[in-house]
Write a protein that binds this ligand. Structure first.
Ligand code: ZN
Length: 348
């Protein structure tokens, strides 16, 4: 499947809206693509480049995907596409010298972006990856380009953190929020989990509240094994009872199968439990960054909670995402799980 079809399958409404805009010559000249997953952001940027550049688009505004330009974008050798990525130890995008800017600096990027278009494409494209890594000097130098873009051009800033960009940068771009695939949580105590996580997030140093949250979450983690056993037993016991009447060997085989299945089911539930914790805080951070509830893939995690978007401290939410990530990573090893959960909760 082509990158464009893949992205269209994942974000049908966004793509339709952009294609319509391109068809009627209303496509904005600058975009911020916001999303938690770098891969989705970067692939979306290429699909958007095709929408903006294809000189041969279909009636519904979709790029043809077969012309030289569509193919060049797919193969990453489109001559009128300039890219910029942060580099160095600090992973920063610096402004660069006026006269002789080094590669991967903002001025080097704008110099080649302004260089006149050489292909027959509708637009030339500039993509800045991890755009929040531009320091403010670099962002200020980009402003002029955003304010008075060269004719027939498209600038795309891809980032997980648009709030780290200057307001003047953000206000000159059209914001697209990507939400990634919906997760499906089936373990029984998910509501309790989300409410304990939210309570810990809002504890504000209240040790009793933190301790209560930690106890609840540890209890849920410990209940997963019993829950998995119950599910599998409910499925297998009737068969085993039946087999008892005529075949001892079959009983033995079924009992073994039941216990194997219970282990598999437990592993699945535990993975769900851990991704639910990560998903909760990742979405909280997206809200703090300005995303809408309606655009979240798993907004149901906030269903029974009173979350006020404007009151979520962004830094704290981002920190919780990081902590969740490292706790989940540590669970791959033989850690003391209750201790890991408690330390996670007390550090949020
Ligand atoms: Zn095309």
């Amino acid at each position: 499947m082509s990158n464009f079809d893949n992205i269209k399958g994942k974000y049908p409404l966004l793509i339709e809206g952009l294609c319509n805009a391109a068809k009627s010559h209303r496509l904005a000249h600058a975009f911020i693509i916001q999303g938690a997953m770098a891969e989705s952001r970067n692939k979306f940027a290429l699909a958007l480049a095709q929408i903006g550049c294809c000189p041969n688009r279909a009636e519904n505004g979709e790029p043809c995907q077969v012309c030289n330009i569509c193919r060049a974008i797919d193969n990453d050798n489109y001559a009128d596409m300039t890219k910029l990525t942060p580099e160095g130890k600090a992973f920063q995008i610096k402004v660069g010298d006026v006269g002789n800017p080094l590669p991967n600096t903002l001025r080097n990027f704008t110099d080649s972006f302004y260089f006149s278009k050489i292909s027959s494409a509708e637009r030339k494209v500039g993509i800045i990856y991890e755009a929040d890594r531009m320091n403010s000097e670099a962002q200020n130098a980009l402003l002029k380009t955003l304010e008075e873009p060269p004719r027939e051009s498209l600038i795309i800033l891809a980032t997980a953190k648009p709030k780290s960009l200057l307001p003047t940068t953000v206000s000159r771009c059209h914001l697209i929020t990507l939400t990634d695939k919906k997760l499906n949580f089936t373990f029984a105590k998910q509501k309790e989990l989300f409410s304990a996580l939210f309570s810990a997030f809002n504890a504000d140093g209240d040790l009793l509240q933190l301790e209560e949250s930690a106890e609840t979450i540890i209890g849920i983690a410990e209940s997963l094994k019993a829950e998995a056993n119950d599910k599998i037993e409910a499925e297998f016991m009737p068969k085993i009872e039946q087999a008892k009447e005529f075949d001892d060997k079959l009983v033995k085989r079924l009992t073994q199968l039941m216990s194997d299945n219970a282990v598999g089911c437990y592993i699945g539930e535990r993975m769900q439990f851990l991704s639910a914790i990560y998903c909760f805080f990742a979405q909280l951070a997206l809200l703090a960054e300005g995303a809408d509830f309606d655009n979240l893939p798993n907004s149901e995690v906030f269903d029974s909670l009173e979350v006020k978007k404007s009151e979520i401290p962004l830094e704290k939410a981002l920190n919780a995402v990081k902590l969740a990530e490292s706790m989940i990573y540590s669970f791959n090893f033989f850690v003391n799980e209750p201790l890991a959960i408690r330390s996670f909760i007390f550090n949020i």
